[in-house]
Ligand binder design. Structure first.
Ligand SMILES: [Ca+2]
Length: 352
């Protein structure tokens, strides 16, 4: 019960502190100036509390700094420090009460910050466009988005080359650690939902380039290896814009979006027509990777993976109370014909 009251108290403080930070940032003068050009670095975990809850840390992405606040008992914030870090920070994690790690998306680095001194004491190059960091088994695990990997750094020997754990998915996005520290969870942002496109030229058996041009570019356009379906009709409730000039049959000769149907082992369009003759590929759909962090003498390793959670995944977290893993992102929407159906963010719950 004491834990519950404390947990509730901290939650209220976090909410109050977060609202105050938002207000401060909203009304703060634009120190970067009107000429600032940003690269739309994706925030992953931009706000963190130190373990005691006494300090709130916030990445200031356009200014390339870490803002540190004291959290008062009533939830109010007092600015403490503005600490220079790398370019486009997107995540901050407090490893201890006095040490924070800031992930710099554009610099490809992590800034290790001494919170007592208010300075960056070490900068580590981690790889192309890192997004997140967690700690387990005496190691720092870093999500390196453009390398589709997680890298494990030995906290006792940061000069050592990290172990690279490759993930079969596009853009490692976010990390979490199980409550007992025995597992690291990773989600990839663009895991897909096993949809792809049958190119319109392929359907019409039209070669966009002649053979010589294809050879010069090192490209060979595929062809359908057998009879394929006709274009599917528009779904019920979808009407063509009468102002558009359509072919005689009313169907523009564009590509067709299809999705893999495991039950029939085939690529299917909206009308459930089989497009296998035009697609000789398969797509992975691995969303959540479960990593055993190993120890000082044992390397980390992927021990499990979960498929089909969603299309675009933004985050993964572990309930601190009882341990289920949550991931959030866009659901497995199927086609482009009803795009609004894909615009809702969801959370999913897994039990291990
Ligand atoms: Ca997926």
């Amino acid at each position: 019960m004491r834990f519950l009251r404390q947990d509730r108290f901290i939650s209220i403080r976090v909410v109050q502190a977060t609202l105050l930070v938002a207000a401060l940032l909203l009304f703060a003068p634009d120190r970067a100036g009107a000429g600032y050009v940003h690269f739309e670095a994706p925030h992953v975990h931009p706000i963190a509390l130190t373990p005691s809850g006494a300090r709130l840390l916030v990445v200031n992405t356009p200014d390339a700094t870490l803002e540190m606040f004291a959290v008062e008992l009533d939830g109010s914030l007092q600015p403490l420090r503005t600490i220079p870090v790398g370019l486009e920070p997107v995540t901050v994690k407090a490893r201890t009460e006095s040490e924070a790690w800031v992930v710099n998306y554009l610099s490809d680095t992590i800034s290790i910050v001494d919170l007592d001194q208010g300075v960056t004491v070490r900068t580590i190059s981690v790889g192309d466009e890192p997004t997140d960091v967690v700690f387990a088994a005496g190691k720092a695990f870093v999500a390196v988005s453009q390398e589709d990997a997680v890298k494990a750094f030995n906290l006792a020997a940061l000069d050592q080359a990290p172990q690279q754990i490759d993930l079969f998915g596009v853009r490692t996005q976010a990390l979490a650690v199980s409550n007992d520290g025995s597992r690291v969870y990773a989600v990839v942002r663009d895991s897909g939902n096993q949809t792809t496109v049958v190119n319109g030229a392929l359907i019409r058996n039209v070669q966009l380039w002649d053979a010589l041009s294809q050879g010069r570019a090192g490209i060979i356009f595929p062809r359908c290896n057998g009879a394929h379906p006709t274009y599917p009709p528009l779904p019920a409730g979808i009407a063509r814009n009468a102002a558009l000039t359509d072919p005689a049959d009313g169907i523009p000769k564009v590509g067709v979006i299809v999705q893999w149907d495991a039950a029939t082992a085939s690529w299917r369009d909206d009308a459930f027509q089989n497009w296998n003759p035009c697609l000789a590929v398969r797509l992975p759909d691995h969303d959540l990777f479960v990593i055993n962090p190993g120890d000082s003498s044992t390397p980390a390793a992927v021990v499990d993976q979960v498929d089909h959670l969603g299309t675009t995944l933004f985050d993964v977290t572990v309930n601190p109370g009882n341990g289920p893993v949550h991931s959030s992102g866009y659901p497995n929407c199927v086609t482009s014909l009803k795009p609004m159906a894909c615009n809702s963010e969801i959370s999913r719950l897994l039990w291990f």
